[in-house]
Design a protein around this ligand. Structure first.
Ligand SMILES: [Zn+2]
Length: 89
């Protein structure tokens, strides 16, 4: 589990990731689904050293793959934001 995630986050993310039908769309690490902004924040906070980037196995970073996954990613990011605003409220 990544230090940038709570146990709850990690479980949610795993569920979200496994829901992706195409196996090659699934991320190997939750950090792949982070926004750059979030990754920078977590880095500055010392909570994660991960980075949203291409996978080591060379999954092609195509525009269409991005578009297909955008909705799932957005759902994940929104739930992450909700968790974070709960935590800071
Ligand atoms: Zn991370």
């Amino acid at each position: 589990m990544k230090p940038c995630m709570t146990t709850e986050d990690a479980a949610e993310w795993r569920q979200h990731n496994e829901r992706l039908v195409a196996r090659n769309m699934r991320a190997l690490s939750p950090c792949e689904d982070c926004t750059v902004r979030f990754a920078v924040e977590m880095r500055l906070a010392g909570r994660c050293d991960g980075w949203p980037e291409d996978r080591p196995d060379g999954r092609p970073w195509s525009r269409s793959a991005d578009e297909r996954q955008e909705m799932a990613r957005r759902r994940w990011r929104e739930s992450k934001q909700r968790t974070r605003s709960r935590a800071t409220a």
